[in-house]
Design a protein around this ligand. Sequence first.
Ligand SMILES: C[C@](O)(CO)[C@H](O)COP(=O)(O)OP(=O)(O)OC[C@H]1O[C@@H](n2ccc(N)nc2=O)[C@H](O)[C@@H]1O
Ligand SMILES: Nc1ncnc2c1ncn2[C@@H]1O[C@H](COP(=O)(O)OP(=O)(O)OP(=O)(O)O)[C@@H](O)[C@H]1O
Length: 295
Amino acid sequence: MSVVAFAPAKINLFLHVGAPGDDGYHPLCSLMVFADIGDRVVVQDADVPSFRVHGPFAGPLSGQEDNLVLRAARALLAAIRGPQPPIAISLEKALPVAAGLGGGSSDAGATLRLLRSAMDLPVSDEALEQIAASLGADGAACLWGRPVVAEGRGERPSPAPGLPPIEAVLVNPRVEVSTPAVYRALDAAETFGDVAPPPMPEAFEDVIELAAWLSLMRNDLQAPAVALAPEIGDVLALLAEEPETLLARVSGSGATCFAICGSGLEADALAARVAALRPHWWVRRCGLGGPWPDA
Ligand SMILES: C[C@](O)(CO)[C@H](O)COP(=O)(O)OP(=O)(O)OC[C@H]1O[C@@H](n2ccc(N)nc2=O)[C@H](O)[C@@H]1O
Ligand SMILES: Nc1ncnc2c1ncn2[C@@H]1O[C@H](COP(=O)(O)OP(=O)(O)OP(=O)(O)O)[C@@H](O)[C@H]1O
């Protein structure tokens, strides 16, 4: 057996955050979509169980026993009675870590989907969603890689409105940003807007209409993220100047920013220009939507 699951990058097209509750967690509402770029999880038969991380962003995760892939596998197998054959799991880490792309949650989701089907485990979709939610606030929303509107702490996903194909560019200035630190910085500023967005249309006709509507929404973690990592402000300023950008915004708690473009050709041109201007930044051209097939 050798099977592969794709773990797409998550993008928060908007992210409205309210004042924290007694447990410190924040109520939120976010439209989340998934990119056609991401990590890959591979499961193979083995004589002894093993786990390895490789790829461009394996470095920050090396030596960590609590990788979300392992935590997901352990949580799933704990829910099953009886012995399981040993397997080798490997994670190709193509996404930057602590980047606002939900990489860890998406890796966990891919692992859960892959192990359930590869080992033919009798676990319902609902049980899989519960396990994913136990691993992090974004866990359930990132399980299937489908566009969702996430509410509650982020753990209550519902289907997103109909979306057009979205051609985009992702840019990370290669700084790691701690999600708890950004939420704490938001609390210190004590500025909370409405969490619920105005009523969303059932579907957006095209990307122009979508970008215009999104421009009226916010990412409430953007200002605290920029305050903690001013390089994010440099990314946003550069993207905003470029003619191909319909909308530029931070995803999640940053530092990755996305630019939505009017066409694939425009996204190609924007990605090439940003990469040439800032060769040390991580710049990727991608489509946003999902779900994307495993490969
Ligand atoms: C920033 C987002 O990625 C936007 O989608 C999520 O809100 C974060 O989701 P996540 O990384 O799965 O979150 P968790 O791993 O559960 O929590 C990380 C930290 O984020 C903060 N956190 C997270 C979610 C939430 N609704 N309120 C919070 O205050 C808490 O300080 C928590 O300690
Ligand atoms: N497979 C994994 N991929 C990435 N990070 C992981 C993984 N497993 C554990 N982690 C830990 O989780 C933390 C958050 O990483 P992740 O890349 O998911 O952040 P993020 O993109 O900012 O997520 P979010 O947008 O959900 O807050 C990292 O500091 C890392 O140590």
